[in-house]
Design a protein around this ligand. Structure first.
Ligand code: GDP
Length: 365
């Protein structure tokens, strides 16, 4: 799973990205984390893992991870190729969801590219570039599709869809608010991979003093919230600068620091968890002496496919899954005790895995 961090210059993207990757430094044992300086692997905080690891005295505890990509350089005119624009736009096309950082702090030392703090204008500037880029994609598709559309009913139907989506975008609306009429349309639409169809979380970057007042938010945040409501998106209030400071602390210092600020968890932890649920992801767990580990799956995944995350052999040779809820397991103190109480289920191929299931797969090799 990959999330792209976007936003205008000087809104705090890199600060946020750096604190994310620093906070996730423990994941340095992931082999793919040093490929690209703009890509950071971040672990998903999950307090269940430690407890389970303690229970099994596992040698290793491995959390789920999310990949963050710092997509700098998105500026006005990006879709027209300004400032390497098109390259950045194609980076966004590869992500599953977008974290859109919006500047909600005033600081006369830090220049705003458009001269003043106005988060809704900033959001519109970025969204417009994404919309332009999507229109270009659609135009290319239209050119391709219209050739055959006179002879082919299916292509004719798709052509109509393309033109309707294009008109929707030309009205300044996002692709995600377009209403699809049937399954054909859903299938085609998802194949276009439009930027403005991707899920978005807004990260309202505020100054330190405004953090404790998170529920109310400063006036800028309120504007962002009102705007996000129309788009059906979530808003997170963070202070990138503080996150960077927090990321440098060890666990104990961090807890004290957060308490002083009147917070229970850091903004980053909240953001990471929120992006996880935004994408409809859950974790199931495996535990043993060697390793306790969280595995990421989409909500609704059945047992064999969940097993396939560990190894394709597990999916191919799947026989059944022994499943116990994480809390039941901890309560009972061991798998055998949970079995005695009848809390361990023997599940077959149709079992839909739930968040917090601790699973032991049985399979043929
Ligand atoms: P980017 O261009 O969006 O990646 O922005 P940067 O992360 O480089 O931040 C631009 C400047 O704003 C840097 O000097 C940061 O230290 C500063 N900055 C970032 N977040 C905050 C914040 O929450 N409050 C204040 N006052 N400054 C911040």
């Amino acid at each position: 799973m990959k999330l792209g961090i976007v936003g205008l210059p000087n809104v705090g993207k890199s600060t946020l990205f750096n604190s994310l990757t620093k906070a996730g430094a423990e994941s340095a044992n992931y082999p793919f984390c040093t490929i690209d300086p703009n890509v950071g692997i971040v672990t998903v905080p999950d307090e269940r893992l430690k407890k389970l690891g303690d229970l099994y005295q596992s040698k290793k505890v491995t959390p789920a991870v999310i990949e963050f990509v710092d997509i700098a350089g998105l500026v006005k005119g990006a879709s027209k190729g300004e400032g390497l624009g098109n390259q950045f736009l194609s980076n966004i096309r590869e992500v599953d969801a977008i974290v859109h950082v919006v500047r909600c702090f005033e600081d006369s030392n830090i220049v705003h590219v458009d001269g003043s703090i106005n988060p809704v204008r900033d959001i519109e500037t970025i969204n417009l570039e994404l919309i332009f880029s999507d229109i270009e994609i659609l135009e290319r598709r239209i050119a391709k599709t219209s050739k055959g559309a006179r002879m082919d009913k299916t292509l004719a139907k798709e052509l109509k869809l393309l033109e309707r989506v294009k008109a929707h975008l030309e009205d300044g609306k996002l692709a995600k608010t377009f209403e699809l009429e049937d399954e054909d349309e859903e299938l085609w639409f998802s194949g276009y991979n439009l930027l403005t169809a991707k899920p978005v979380i807004y990260a309202a970057n505020v100054k330190e003093d405004d953090l404790a007042d998170e529920a109310a938010g400063n006036a800028f945040v309120q504007e962002v919230r009102a705007n996000a409501k129309e788009e059906d998106c979530e808003v997170f209030v963070i202070c990138a600068q503080i996150e960077q400071e927090i990321a440098e602390l060890d666990e104990e210092e961090k807890a004290m620091f957060l308490e002083e600020l009147g917070l229970q968890e850091s903004g980053l932890e909240k953001l990471i968890k929120a992006s996880y649920s935004l994408l409809g992801l859950i974790s199931y767990l495996t535990s043993g002496e060697d390793e306790t580990r969280a595995w990421t799956i989409k909500k609704g995944t059945k047992a064999p496919q969940a097993a396939g995350k560990i190894h394709s052999d597990f999916e191919r040779g799947f026989i059944r899954a022994e499943v116990v809820n994480y809390l039941d397991l901890l309560d009972c103190g061991s798998l055998s005790a949970a079995k005695e109480k009848g809390l361990v289920g023997l599940e077959g191929k149709e079992y839909v895995v739930k968040d917090g299931d601790v699973i032991l797969f049985r399979f043929n090799v």
